[in-house]
Design a binder for this molecule. Structure first.
Ligand SMILES: Nc1ncnc2c1ncn2[C@@H]1O[C@H](COP(=O)(O)OP(=O)(O)O)[C@@H](O)[C@H]1O
Length: 300
């Protein structure tokens, strides 16, 4: 396929520089975008093999001295943004969320905005061509500022995106966040964003009772500080109907991506045990990381 042969030559010339390698393939994607849905691979052929990451310790640093390149996978509402942003602060790596890139584009007066608004507000995925273009520009801008390594959130979301990413660079680790289904819808509906500082909060108080052998789970609301509380907005795609559609699309299009990485030995499955206080230390342990700030504030 033209895209992939271009990827290979891009990779050879870009030598592990994802921004440059992505830039090479945008033109090919434009040419093939009309046929992109017909080339979608459901991933069902990947289901037979499964290599679990037994010990992710060796994945904490990137090879050849470069910074790590990690990906967060998980259903809408699971908390990818929350944990990716915490890890990004801890490790000093850029947190690149393709959903944020799309929302930035929506608020611009660019020609793409109205086209994207309709797609996003219906809970559908935007085309591979558009998303790779946005990601490529973001990586290029970061590279110009001296960024290296990243924590990607929201990409890849289809097998095709995963194949392209795999061709342009080496992903070290894919963290697959999982949360009980009952909590996902409530978390999306409770999500609030400060229109001024962009802070993410959640007004939902999730209290799932223990039942039929499965344990209960409590997730406290994540309330905004006083200066943000009068400026909260809700994402236009966080309505019940649209969240259900996003969950359906995740199961159909993105779940196969979990298998794509599992069979390459890159997937770390992480079941969130509850809210941030229970989940963050457990996630750090799974990644063999320590948060000295957390320790300092606990000791204070
Ligand atoms: N990799 C991607 N491929 C296609 N569309 C994307 C991608 N990332 C983000 N989007 C678009 O942006 C929207 C918001 O993304 P995001 O904030 O990651 O949502 P979610 O909360 O559903 O994980 C998606 O519903 C989709 O329309």
């Amino acid at each position: 396929m033209a895209v992939f042969s271009r990827c290979l030559s891009a990779r050879a010339s870009a030598a592990l520089n994802p921004a440059t390698a992505f830039a090479y393939i945008i033109r090919d994607l434009s040419a093939s975008s009309s046929s992109s849905s017909s080339t979608f691979n459901s991933g069902s052929d990947l289901k037979s093999s499964s290599v679990l990451v037994q010990n992710p310790l060796h994945l904490n640093g990137g090879p050849e001295g470069r910074n790590v390149q990690w990906v967060f996978l998980g259903c809408p509402g699971v908390g990818k943004g929350t944990y990716a942003s915490r890890l990004s602060n801890l490790l000093g790596l850029p947190h690149i969320a393709t959903g944020d890139l799309v929302r930035d584009e929506l608020t611009s007066s660019g020609p793409l905005a109205s086209q994207l608004k309709e797609i996003v507000n219906q809970g559908k995925l935007v085309s591979d061509e558009i998303i790779i273009n946005l990601l490529s520009k973001r990586l290029e801008a970061g590279e110009a500022k001296g960024e290296s390594g990243f924590i990607l959130d929201g990409f890849p979301r289809t097998i095709r995106q995963a194949e392209i990413l795999e061709e342009v660079t080496d992903i070290d680790l894919v963290i697959n966040l999982k949360l009980r289904e009952e909590a996902l819808l409530a978390k999306c509906l409770g999500r609030r964003i400060c229109s001024e500082c962009g802070g993410n909060y959640n007004v939902a108080s999730i209290d799932i009772k223990a039942e039929n052998g499965s344990p209960g789970m409590y997730m406290a609301p994540l309330l905004p500080p006083p200066q943000c509380s009068s400026k909260l907005i809700t994402r236009a795609d966080d309505t019940e109907e649209v969240v259900k559609e996003r969950l359906r699309i995740y199961n159909e299009m993105t779940q196969p991506v979990e298998e794509f990485y599992r069979c390459r030995g890159k997937l770390l499955e992480f079941d969130l045990p509850g809210g941030i206080p229970e989940s963050w230390p457990k996630l750090l342990r799974a990644l063999n990381l320590e948060d000295h700030e957390d320790k300092r504030s606990a000791a204070a």
